[in-house]
Every structure is written in structure tokens, then in C-alpha cells.
Design a binder for this molecule. Structure first.
Ligand SMILES: CSC[C@H]1O[C@H](OP(=O)(O)O)[C@H](O)[C@@H]1O
Length: 365
């Protein structure tokens, strides 16, 4: 996407063809800082500490992490060990495992001396495919926004609520939930985005809002608890969110708070869409609540907030008594019954096994 007139992806191979460069998303929205990764350990840290985040992007980072690790060790044992460590960095997003296993399927049959070049090529393919996939998600999702727009009064924008960040920063480019917004804007459809701040890491405030400012797309930041009220008062035409793992039956795992938004949407008759690439479907599980591992992150993310003072200095401050403990589940699962539809690179389908198999028939063979 464009940042101050320059095109960026969220991850790219450095000019020397060796290092991998990322946008440090923990520094946004106040600082646009690029970090160069030179080892698999640095890639793991970037994933764990959320310098990069978002299911497709952490998958792409892990793929390049294997490339960086192969520069040191190319034996089968080393590759398998690196792969296991990368997958363990974060437990919920399926794309992390998907990308690493795709790399292993390619690399393990090769002789060690051929693995490095093949790895860089495949990591590049994973990134290029993600860009094309998300652009297709955008095109399909934009048809939904266009249909809503046709029923709006002349000049009225389509009001879309989104949760967390499923924009281009969550992927290699375009994003998933925000891709339809970007494509709708390209079609000249007026949109307005309600941006859930998304406690505790405030990725809506720090990442989605930053993206929409850069794209000059009208939006308002809202507290997570305001969405239901806005829906009750007819101010939300649809919700579009991302997902870190969706089950074969259409249950959707996404950033904590998504489930509550889906409940409010159902109660108010607001369409609730989930945008995802096929690589985010976990065909091995059906019951999302029972089977998807939910990442428990550190309590400090709940007990602290980060912000910038008037002098431009960024501080981290406590928001609760020192003696107060916190619990920090990073994701929740929205049952398929609350999902209006899934927006994929192959089209839009019902949040159901039959709906998904209709778009991905090869998964049923
Ligand atoms: C396109 S995946 C977006 C998805 O990932 C985010 O989780 P995290 O920032 O913790 O990696 C969030 O659930 C987004 O909806």
C-alpha cells in the first residue's frame, strides 16, 4: 500500500537478496520504523513480540525465517527443528503452520545444498500469492459493499465496522477485512469505517486507523464497547472482520472481542462478514470453541497502555493497581451461526462445511 506516496508491502526481501525487511508494527502509529531480519531467531522474535502480526503475515515471516536459518544450517534435522520452533511462536493463527509446512514439503525432499535457493524462491511465492489472494478477496467483498450502497440514500456512505487490524499490515498487502474497503474506494463507492480500538493491544487504534489515515478513507475510532450501541441506532451497515483460523464448519477464530461484536450484529440484523484466504481454513477441525488453541498473552498488555505525550515521547503507563492481576486471552471464537458469510479469494460463501467445500472442492476429496 502507499505510505506517503511510496508503495510498501509489510514484508520484503532486502536489496542484497539475503536479509528480510519488515515494518515494526509495535512502533506504529507514532513511528514508521523498518527492521532488517538476518536470522531465524530474529524472525521468531518478530513473530512472538508482534513486530509482525496477522495470520498471513506471520506465515510469510516464518517462511522467510526458514530462509534465514538455512543460511546457517541446511541439514534435515536443523530444518525440522527450526520449523517446529517457528510454528510454536504463536499457537492460534493457522497460516503460521500452513506456511511452514508448505516450505517443509518443498525443502525436505531436496538435497541440503539446494534448499537455500529453493526456500527463498518459495517464500517469495508465498508473498506474491498472498498479495493476489487478498486483492481477490477485496474484489469479491467490494460487491457486497456495492450492493449495500445501492440501497443507501444518495451520497450516504456505507458504514462498515471492523475489529482489530485485518488490513494490509496483517498480510503481505491489501489485507483481508480491509481489502473490500480499499477496492470499494477504488470503485468510487463512499465508505466510512468504524474502527474498534481493540483492547488490549489497541491494534485498531494503532494499525487500522493508521492505514485508513494513510489511505485517506473516512473513519472514526470507537471504544470496543460502542459497536452494539451504533448498531442499535442504525449506524452500521455491515461488519467485516478478519480471522486467524476458521474451521471446516465455518466457526471463526479472531481477535478477542469479535464474538461479542457478532452477537450484537445478530441482535440488530447487521450482516457480519469474515474475510479470509483459503489458507486460513483449518480443515482438520470443526468445533472452533472446543478445538482451536487460544493464545494467552502476558497480563502486562491488559495492565498497561502505550501512548504519546504532547512532546511526542511514547510512554507505557499502568492503568490498574499494582496488586491487580490480569488474564489476557488474545482470541475468541465466533460460531458459524453468527456469521453472515465468508469472503474468500474464490468468492463468497456461507459459513458452513458445504459453503466452504463449494469454493474449495479439492478439500473434500
Ligand atoms: C488477516 S489476519 C488478521 C487477524 O490477525 C490479528 O491477530 P494478531 O494481530 O494477534 O496477529 C487479528 O485477529 C486480525 O483479525
Amino acid at each position: 500500500m502507499q505510505v506517503n506516496g511510496q508503495a510498501y508491502r509489510s514484508i520484503w526481501l532486502a536489496a542484497d537478496g539475503v536479509g528480510v525487511e519488515i515494518i515494526d508494527q509495535t512502533r506504529l502509529p507514532f513511528h514508521f520504523h523498518i527492521v532488517r531480519l538476518e536470522s531465524v531467531e530474529q524472525a521468531m522474535t518478530a513473530i512472538r513480540d508482534m513486530l509482525v502480526r496477522g495470520a498471513p503475515l506471520i506465515g510469510a515471516t516464518a517462511a522467510y525465517g526458514l530462509c534465514l536459518g538455512l543460511r546457517q544450517h541446511a541439514t534435515t534435522e536443523a530444518v525440522e527443528n527450526m520449523a517446529a520452533q517457528l510454528i510454536a511462536c504463536r499457537p492460534t493463527a493457522i497460516n503460521l503452520r500452513w506456511a511452514v509446512e508448505r516450505m517443509l514439503r518443498l525443502l525436505l525432499p531436496l538435497p541440503p545444498e539446494q534448499r537455500l535457493a529453493a526456500a527463498y524462491h518459495e517464500a517469495g511465492r508465498i508473498c506474491a500469492e498472498d498479495v493476489a489472494t487478498n486483492e481477490a478477496i477485496g474484489r469479491h467483498g467490494a460487491t457486497l459493499i456495492a450492493a449495500i450502497h445501492r440501497n443507501k440514500k444518495e451520497g450516504q456512505p456505507v458504514n462498515i465496522l471492523t475489529h482489530c487490524n485485518a488490513g494490509w499490515l496483517a498480510t503481505v498487502d491489501w489485507g483481508t477485512a480491509l481489502a473490500p474497503v480499499y477496492k470499494a474506494v477504488e470503485l468510487g463507492i463512499p465508505v466510512h469505517v468504524w474502527v474498534d480500538e481493540t483492547r488490549p493491544r489497541n491494534q485498531g487504534a494503532s494499525l487500522t486507523a493508521w492505514e485508513l489515515v494513510a489511505a485517506h478513507i473516512p473513519h472514526h475510532l470507537i471504544v470496543d464497547n460502542a459497536g452494539g450501541h451504533l448498531m442499535q441506532h442504525g449506524q452500521v451497515d455491515c461488519c467485516i472482520v478478519g480471522t486467524d483460523r476458521t474451521t471446516a464448519s465455518g466457526d471463526v477464530c479472531n481477535k478477542i472481542g469479535t464474538y461479542l461484536k457478532a452477537l450484537a450484529a445478530r441482535d440488530n440484523g447487521v450482516p457480519f462478514y469474515v474475510a479470509l484466504p483459503g489458507s486460513t481454513v483449518d480443515w482438520t477441525v470443526s468445533d472452533g470453541v472446543a478445538e482451536i488453541p487460544i493464545e494467552e498473552r502476558g497480563e502486562e498488555e491488559v495492565l498497561q497502555l502505550q501512548g504519546r505525550d504532547e512532546a511526542g515521547t511514547v510512554h507505557t503507563v499502568a492503568i490498574a493497581p499494582v496488586a491487580t492481576p490480569a488474564v489476557n486471552p488474545a482470541f475468541d471464537v465466533t460460531p458459524a451461526r453468527l456469521v453472515t458469510g465468508l469472503i474468500t479469494e474464490r468468492g463468497i460463501c456461507a459459513a458452513s462445511r458445504s459453503g466452504l467445500l463449494g469454493l474449495y472442492p479439492e478439500q473434500g476429496q
